[in-house]
Design a protein around this ligand. Structure first.
Ligand code: SF4
Length: 341
């Protein structure tokens, strides 16, 4: 039975060691020193997502890199003077950087880090799906392979998805949306746009459950609720603010609450706590009825990035991201629409 245990779900971020890889102080100091030296020698820069280990996020900040959501990560890679981009996140983020900056070298700490949305939208199946609706614009989420992006008319991230669909709807365009069904449903509800949705979801956000969140809200009636729109619709309906990682960070600053329950990957707590040292943040429970795991709220692939494999990839110059030319050229078209929207 999936009953909620308040002591479990009320664990504060600061007490939660799962998010922090444990480094002894000397190891941490040496790893950071070594990575900084390698970046200097190779004219490299770190580009890291809000969901990766907080020591990677801290090092990225200390070295004037970019810690952000996937849209800003993509843009930063294009504008930096560095010619080596070291992307900590998941595979599609490295691919996007390479497609938008083909003249730069792009490395990732691991090539094993993928995404359930990317895996859930194989190109051949998606092509068959699109062939059924030849009169529709194909709008895909950034969390897809380069091949799927190459097929698409538009690529969007969660920070601009709503605006892009609103724009297309205003042009009387009908839309194919892929791959995240929850985000698609949320946008469809907000815009009333004519959309057909691909059926896939994020393994992390799909686990947030209405019943568990409702119980947690009852225990913390004074807390605001921040929800990423990859979560199920009934969870979104309980939110005080719904948005991308950047929008969640902004809402935590601006909303007049001292406490927040947060339904997204727990990697974001580093930034939330840093930006709001006097506010309290709690993980939304993933232990409601029907959930497959209990309060993990951590992407298994984002968690594969570490300072150790980051250092190793810089030493060996391995885990290079390459995208075949023709696919890169076609994906560039839809990605450029995203970055210039
Ligand atoms: S958190 Fe979800 S959407 Fe993000 S990389 Fe992991 S599986 Fe993909």
């Amino acid at each position: 039975m999936n009953e909620i245990v308040p002591g479990h779900i009320l664990k504060r971020h600061q007490d939660n060691i799962l998010i922090k890889k444990k480094y002894d102080p000397d190891t941490l100091k040496n790893l950071k020193k070594s990575i900084k030296k390698l970046l200097d020698e190779k004219n490299g820069v770190l580009i890291s997502h809000y969901y990766v280990d907080e020591e990677i996020q801290k090092l990225t900040e200390e070295t004037n890199g970019c810690v952000s959501d996937s849209l800003q990560m993509a843009k930063f890679g294009q504008t930096t003077d560095a010619n080596l981009l070291v992307v900590s996140g998941v595979k599609f983020m490295g691919e996007t950087s390479k497609i938008l900056s083909p003249e730069k070298t792009v490395l990732m700490p691991t090539l094993e880090a993928t995404c359930s949305l990317d895996l859930g939208c194989p190109i051949e199946d998606f092509k068959d799906f699109c062939d059924q609706y030849p009169d529709r614009e194909i709008v895909v989420y950034a969390n897809t392979s380069a091949e799927v992006k190459a097929l698409a008319d538009w690529v969007v991230t969660s920070s601009i998805a709503l605006e892009v669909v609103e724009y297309l709807d205003s042009q009387n365009k009908k839309i194919i949306w892929a791959p995240d069904k929850h985000l698609g449903k949320y946008i469809q509800t907000k815009t009333n746009a004519d959309m057909v949705l691909w059926d896939s979801s994020c393994v992390v956000h799909d686990e947030f459950k209405f019943q568990g969140l409702q119980k947690m809200k009852a225990l913390h009636p004074d807390a605001g609720v921040l929800v990423h729109p990859e979560s199920p619709m009934d969870v979104i309906n309980l939110a005080d603010a719904v948005g991308s990682t950047s929008q969640i960070i902004k809402a935590a600053k601006e909303l007049n609450y001292e406490k927040f329950i947060v339904a997204t990957d727990k990697g974001i707590f580093y930034q939330l706590q840093k930006e709001n040292p006097n506010k309290e943040f709690f993980e939304a429970p993933t232990a409601g009825n029907g959930a497959q795991c209990k309060s993990c709220s951590q992407c298994p692939w984002m968690g594969l990035n570490s300072l150790e494999n980051l250092e190793r990839t810089l030493i060996d110059m391995k885990n290079l991201i390459e995208v075949p030319n023709q696919i890169a050229l076609e994906a560039q078209r839809s990605l450029n629409r995203m970055t210039s929207f």
